[in-house]
Design a binder for this molecule. Structure first.
Ligand SMILES: [Zn+2]
Length: 239
């Protein structure tokens, strides 16, 4: 086990102990802890990107991005739940939110995005976390990168927290910086609530694609996202 892995494990144990002790103290007072009391992280909207007829990017081995997105999104929900965070899942199966009576793929895609946007607009006090995988023509490129909505400054800070948490605990060679979402990332560009999109890795990179498909690695990515969120809401916000 290298130093970074050790630090990662130790920080997870410490975070777990911290929240378990909070749970214990709160239970001693005969009050079931709410999300806010436990970790201060608001309701999450976890969005496994694409789905159904929209496969997203295609990996170097033919895997669809939508399937890796869903696997990691479900793991993220589970881990966030363990830490006391409530979440809404945009999808939990291989489906999309499109109006399937519409005649063209383009129209169905627009209706899918509008339906996702509606969920964001209906939960203005939540934090949106989109899960995607990256793809690039240069197969050597790898590493997680977080995009953020320009709508609120909190989005950038949460994105920075997740990015830093990842490079300090899982990917020591990852020097990527977070990036503001342009118009091409519709949901983030139009979001009014704090919103980030995590490009968990490059499925155009053979080794990273293999890792991203492994549930154990998905758990590590999910812990980085959850850790980054908790770090922001428990530390940076107070400072
Ligand atoms: Zn995508």
């Amino acid at each position: 086990m290298n130093v970074h892995k050790k630090l990662f494990s130790i920080s997870l144990v410490l975070i777990a102990c911290f929240f378990l002790s909070l749970l214990y103290i709160t239970n001693q007072e005969n009050a079931f802890p709410t999300t806010t009391e436990v970790c201060g992280v608001p309701l999450l909207i976890i969005d496994a990107g694409h789905g159904g007829e929209d496969g997203g990017a295609i990996a170097i081995d033919g895997t669809y991005e939508k399937d890796i997105n869903l696997q990691i999104a479900l793991q993220l929900q589970e881990i966030c739940s363990l830490f006391g965070m409530d979440s809404i899942m945009i999808r939990t199966t291989d489906t999309d939110l499109a109006d399937h009576t519409l005649p063209t793929i383009r129209k169905r895609k627009i209706s899918d995005i509008n339906a996702r946007m509606e969920i964001l607009n209906s939960n203005p006090h939540a934090v949106y976390v989109g899960i995607h995988q990256n793809h690039y023509k240069d197969a050597r490129i790898c590493g997680l990168q977080v995009f953020y909505s320009n709508g609120t400054d909190i989005s950038r800070q949460i994105a920075d927290s997740v990015q830093v948490y990842t490079s300090s605990s899982l990917q020591p060679d990852n020097t990527r910086k977070t990036k503001a979402a342009g118009e091409d990332i519709y949901l983030l560009h139009h979001a009014k609530l704090p919103a980030i999109m995590v490009e968990c890795g490059f499925i155009s990179n053979e080794e990273e694609c293999r890792l991203l498909k492994e549930p154990a690695y998905g758990t590590k990515i999910s812990l980085c996202i959850a850790g980054g969120l908790m770090n922001y809401y428990t530390t940076e916000r107070i400072a």
